[in-house]
Design a protein around this ligand. Structure first.
Ligand SMILES: *Cc1c(COP(=O)(O)O)cnc(C)c1O
Length: 427
């Protein structure tokens, strides 16, 4: 066990909790983590997020706080803000939102009144809860209208955003706010097309790039800057920072966004997270991060090819980014059964609805995978055929209840992972 050396104070004060942290370190080290919204942060980001900055209250913004003693905190937050502005090419950045969902809620607070119409992609099509879906506050306090992706074969545009529908819906419903972006979109988002529709319909356009922020920062996905009013993003997915979020915009929306985050929605910012965001943004501005972002996409494309070669059905027929959505219907294994079997085989994925899924969201037809984490461990396109072979073997084994094969795959996976240590984890 590495815990006693890594976290001596914690191990002494609370061995039970320290044991759980150690077990999680082991789990993250030994498994092939394919959840596309997860990653491994660097040791530097981890250290920054575990500092005494967390002892400080800082309601307000740099230079205009409601508490004294901000000599250092103001500089920390300013560093994060300036780095975000430079990296994403925007006039304004707010780095205080606690996470992606509160960041999006702040956008509604800034630009809409309860009962107003808002528009986003439907959750089962790949949108996010906070884009006006019914079970979310954003769908009960506002009137959510939803667009989706095209039905039908990938070769005929199936699985891709239906811009005719987006435009018709926007002109008919005149939403105050339109969200683009999502959680299960394997294709490049056409921010310019959304921008035209938003201008035509008079809506505030928000690009929620939570999943792809790191790809944008690294030049592996087009930037929404210049096409949209607001950019909302988490910091902990492909951007490889701590759990947090940012809102970015042109100067014209700066005041409204800042007021919505504080005092509209939140109290004191999490300064230790702000510091870690600053570190992650510095890392993301280095040439090595450009290489990382492009490698994430190259790995996803190679993995998609290898899965197609094994008869897997991929929504939209493949990927342009870090994410692959697999419809397991032809394999005759439901998504949840496959996901749980893969987990036993040391391959961590999530079950997911596919567009027009005939099954229920809690027991859907698909699984969602992605390459941000494995790329952080240095796996390359040369490894992707092996990864596809493991997925294929485990899904086939899941269909037959073949636990022996799952155990064999788990051992093989652990072998490869041991040769590729993860950032931030004890070796
Ligand atoms: C992850 C995600 C969010 C929410 O982020 P949390 O930090 O989990 O609240 C919002 N929008 C999109 C598109 C996401 O992928």
């Amino acid at each position: 066990m590495t815990t006693p050396q890594q976290h001596p104070a914690l191990a002494a004060a609370d061995p039970e909790l320290a044991g759980l942290v150690g077990a999680e370190e082991r789990l993250q080290a030994d498994t092939l983590r394919l959840i596309p919204s997860e990653n491994y942060v660097s040791a530097a980001v981890l250290e920054a997020s575990g500092t005494v900055l967390q002892n400080k209250y800082s309601e307000g913004y740099p230079g205009r706080r409601y508490y004294e003693g901000q000599q250092n905190i103001d500089q920390v937050e300013t560093l994060a803000v300036e780095r975000a502005k430079a990296l994403f090419g925007v006039d304004h950045a707010n780095v205080q939102p606690y996470s992606g969902s509160p960041a999006n809620l702040a956008v509604y607070l800034a630009f809409a009144q309860p009962g107003d119409t808002v528009m986003g992609m439907a959750l089962p099509m790949g949108g996010h809860l906070t884009h006006g879906w019914g079970v979310s506050a954003t769908g009960s306090w506002f009137r959510g209208v939803q667009y989706g992706v095209r039905r039908g074969a990938a070769s005929e545009g199936g699985g891709r955003i239906d811009f005719d529908q987006v435009r018709d819906l926007a002109l008919k419903e005149r939403p105050k706010v339109i969200f683009c972006g999502g959680t299960a979109l394997p294709r490049t988002i056409d921010f310019a097309a959304f921008g035209e529709i938003a201008r035509e319909s008079g809506a505030v356009l928000v690009a929620d790039v939570a999943h792809i922020a790191g790809l944008i920062a690294g030049g592996a996905h087009p930037s929404p800057a210049g096409h949209v009013d607001v950019i909302s993003t988490t910091t902990h997915k492909t951007l490889r920072g701590p759990r947090g979020a940012m809102l970015m915009s042109r100067e014209e929306h700066a005041k409204a966004l800042d007021k919505a985050v504080f005092p509209g929605l939140q109290g004191g910012p999490h300064n230790q997270t702000t510091a870690a965001i600053a570190v992650a943004l510095r890392e993301a501005s280095q040439p090595s991060f450009r290489d990382y972002a492009h490698a994430v996409v190259a790995n996803a494309k190679a993995l998609a090819e290898a899965l197609l070669a094994r008869g897997f059905d991929l929504v939209s027929g493949g990927t342009d980014n870090h994410l692959i959505l697999i419809d397991l219907t032809p394999k005759q294994v439901p998504g949840k059964i496959a996901a749980k079997a893969l987990d036993r085989a040391g391959i961590v994925v999530n079950y997911n609805t596919v567009p027009y899924d005939p099954r229920k969201p809690f027991d859907p037809s698909g699984i969602r995978i992605g390459t941000p984490s494995l790329t952080s461990r240095g796996l390359t396109t040369d490894h992707m055929d092996q990864v596809a072979e493991w997925i294929d073997r485990a899904v086939t084994a899941a269909g037959k209840g073949d636990e022996e094969t799952l155990r064999t795959v788990r051992a093989e996976v652990a072998g490869l992972m041991a040769a590729h240590p993860a950032p931030g984890l004890p070796v």
